[in-house]
Design a protein around this ligand. Structure first.
Ligand code: PRX
Length: 661
């Protein structure tokens, strides 16, 4: 057990929500929370049905709430029809929100652009018309490979408007990763940008799309639409490539939304699994949007006057639910930020909170930890230099937040006034699952506390039996919920095997270990129980990195990848590599490690680069040839090997593998 987990388990500080928040909260106090949970348990159909009618506009009302007849392929509201973009935009027109800022965009260089709901609707409609003019129609798939910009959100909303399913690929992924996703989803169009600006640097996107498309197998792609983020010219392929501004200029600012069935796939987002290639997590329109809107109210207690800021990129699920859909469905004003937290200096987040009067701030523990480090070593970027009194609520997402980081966030950013919602959820869950409610739940640092009403989260053993509080186990969700993954795109068998394994009695398997506290029954996530790493809040499959390393066939014979705890990124990637040549040492070892790191960066993306590479003439294996990963994890942590190594075929390689590069 890592030291941070041990310290979380011993945590006994409790922080009550501030009265000022509690007084006006959507869910005020634990009695209100418990009552909602009870209602959801007693009559789930009535509970969810009521919320779907209250929070969303339906062009054809549903008559059925949950259809379990083909479990685990659950359907929600499936005879109802709606449009996600209508619900995020048109619904606010003619209300007080019409001229409210929907997005306050701050570019990497600090330039600010605002769009109102009315203006955003016009842009989305224009781009939706442009997509149609390119031949994109309902049921088609569109890849979006865009930076954090208003245009990125416009592209997603425009797809939703015409009933096209989007798949956003994070701008840090390589041509190879992009190619695999374009091919897997069978995209007919790609929306990209010439370049993206991050940390003062201009980074290419369009040329990576060109490279991906040249890899073959992407023949369905008819058009590539390019947003010109910077003045730098890029190669445009005649007939295939078009500038976003040009195709939009020709179009009307009105576009009737295409109403779709509630189960129509709104988007597919690829995420890493423990085996094989990334999984295309498919989300449905109705249930997903309901949960996006509902959690904006419950978890963030959103009010009309709030200025909401989720720092996640639209390339990840957090940027889908809490940038592209949730805030708009809820009629919020939100900040969208193009850059990075450390440019021009590590005070950027705090400066932006002051500048825009941000009231709800939602970020990842890895960002907090790196900003703590920066503030500790440079007073000028300490948050005390800015006026953060506009803040009401703070949020954390993506990985467990260690109590030390939690306390700093609470004290220095929230002035011990703002509740912290430590939201546990996943790409597959569509929205928050286990989290404190800001006006109700007493908080314990490092614990995501209790499930949202209607979410039947539990901890079970390997046969699906409940374990007692205090005993660790497997995190499951016992009942379906509206925003759950519908299937893995094109691979329903893998969906069932990955998330509903037979031995778990039909429960949804999250893939995380967890433990509930003995006193309050609070959940604490102890980390993944599969071969998935969480590096800076990003999910990476160890197999994906191993496959990439062995694909360097001129050099690598075998590779095994494990995670090791890291102060800033949560986990760091450590790769153990057997080369097709003698074990290198000194400068040669460093040069090869550098080459392999570069290769993985190009093959998958910079986030997958191993922090450390260690070489051996073999990997530690049992006599039956199984790689002893537990042993590798211990070596990666520089722990003394106390495990029994008598079953090891080749014990002498342990000392070789201790050398870091
Ligand atoms: O291990 C859990 C961790 O992130 C995983 C989900 O990653 P992803 O699908 O990329 O979505 C991240 C953003 C929702 C989970 O299986 N995780 C996420 N949030 C938390 C967390 N671990 C502990 N505490 C959290 N609040």
């Amino acid at each position: 057990m890592s030291s941070s987990i041990t310290s979380v388990l011993q945590e006994n500080r409790v922080f009550e929500p501030a009265d000022s928040i509690k007084a006006s909260a959507a869910v005020s106090g634990m009695d209100a929370y418990n009552a909602l949970c009870q209602q959801a348990r007693d009559n789930p159909d009535a509970f969810w049905g009521e919320r779907a009618r209250e929070l969303l506009s339906w062009s054809k009302p549903f008559t059925r709430v949950l259809d379990e007849s083909n479990a685990p392929f659950f359907k929600w509201f499936d005879d109802g029809e709606l449009n996600a973009s209508y619900n995020c935009l048109d619904r606010h027109i003619g209300t007080a929100n019409e001229n409210k800022a929907a997005i306050i965009f701050e570019a990497d260089d600090g330039a600010v652009t605002r769009v109102t709901y009315k203006e955003l609707l016009a842009k989305v409609s224009q781009f939706a018309n442009a997509l149609k003019a390119q031949g994109v129609k309902k049921g088609d798939c569109v890849i979006i490979y865009m930076p954090m910009t208003i245009e990125g959100v416009v592209a997603m909303q425009a797809c939703a408007r015409i009933g096209a399913t989007h798949s956003v690929v994070f701008g840090g992924f390589s041509a190879h990763a992009l190619h695999d996703r374009i091919q897997d989803i069978g995209a007919v169009a790609v929306v990209t940008s010439n370049y993206q600006m991050r940390g003062g640097k201009e980074l290419p996107l369009k040329s990576i799309v060109d490279e991906a498309l040249s890899m073959g197998g992407c023949e369905k792609v008819q058009s590539v639409i390019v947003y010109q983020r910077t003045q730098t010219a890029v190669n445009m392929v005649a007939g295939r490539d078009h500038f976003m501004a040009e195709v939009m200029a020709a179009q009307s600012t009105e576009c009737a939304p295409e109403m779709v069935n509630a189960e129509h796939p709104l988007f597919v987002l690829y995420t890493s699994g423990s085996t094989g290639k990334p999984k295309g997590v498919q989300h449905a329109t109705g249930g997903y949007l309901l949960w996006a809107a509902q959690t904006m109210k419950w978890t963030f207690d959103l009010k009309d006057s709030d200025v909401f800021w989720c720092t996640a990129d639209i390339g990840w699920i957090t940027g889908h639910t809490y940038v592209a859909y949730g805030p708009l469905a809820a009629g919020a004003t939100q900040i969208v930020f193009e850059g990075v937290p450390t440019f021009p200096n590590a005070g950027r987040f705090w400066q932006m909170i002051e500048k825009h009067g941000c009231t709800i701030f939602y970020t990842a523990p890895t960002a907090i930890r790196s900003l703590i480090k920066a503030a500790d070593s440079d007073e000028s970027v300490h948050p005390k230099n800015w006026n953060l009194s506009s803040l009401r609520i703070l949020g954390s997402v993506g990985e467990p937040i260690n109590p030390e980081a939690w306390m700093w966030y609470y004290r220095h950013i929230g002035a011990e006034r703002c509740p912290i919602v430590d939201t546990f959820w996943q790409t597959e869950t569509g929205g928050h699952m286990i989290t404190p409610l800001p006006g109700a739940t007493p908080m314990v640092p490092g614990s995501c506390t209790l499930p949202l009403p209607g979410i039947e989260a539990a901890i079970v053993d390997e046969s699906g039996n409940d374990v007692a509080n205090g005993a660790g186990g497997i995190l499951v969700v016992k009942r379906p919920w509206p925003s759950m993954i519908r299937t893995i795109w094109g691979d329903p068998d893998r969906f069932v095997k990955s998330y509903f394994p037979e031995e778990l009695k039909g429960y949804y398997l999250a893939g995380d270990g967890a433990v509930r506290s003995e006193d309050r029954g609070y959940f604490r996530i102890t980390g993944r129980i599969d071969d998935v790493l969480n590096v800076s809040g990003h999910r990476m499959g160890t197999m994906e990195i191993e496959s990439s390393l062995v694909a360097k066939t001129d050099l690598v014979a075998e590779a095994a990848v494990v995670g090791r705890p890291d102060d800033v990124s949560g986990e760091a990637i450590v790769a153990f590599v057997v080369l097709k040549r003698p074990v290198p040492t000194g400068d040669e070892a460093n040069a090869i490690a550098k080459e392999l790191r570069k290769w993985v960066g190009q093959d998958i993306g910079p986030i997958a680069k191993p922090k450390e590479i260690r070489f051996g003439e073999n990997l530690p294996k049992t006599r039956s040839g199984k790689i002893m990963r537990r042993l590798l994890r211990a070596i990666a942590k520089d722990e003394e090997i106390t495990q029994d190594t008598s079953t090891l075929e080749n014990p002498h390689i342990l000392s070789q593998l201790s050398q870091k590069h």
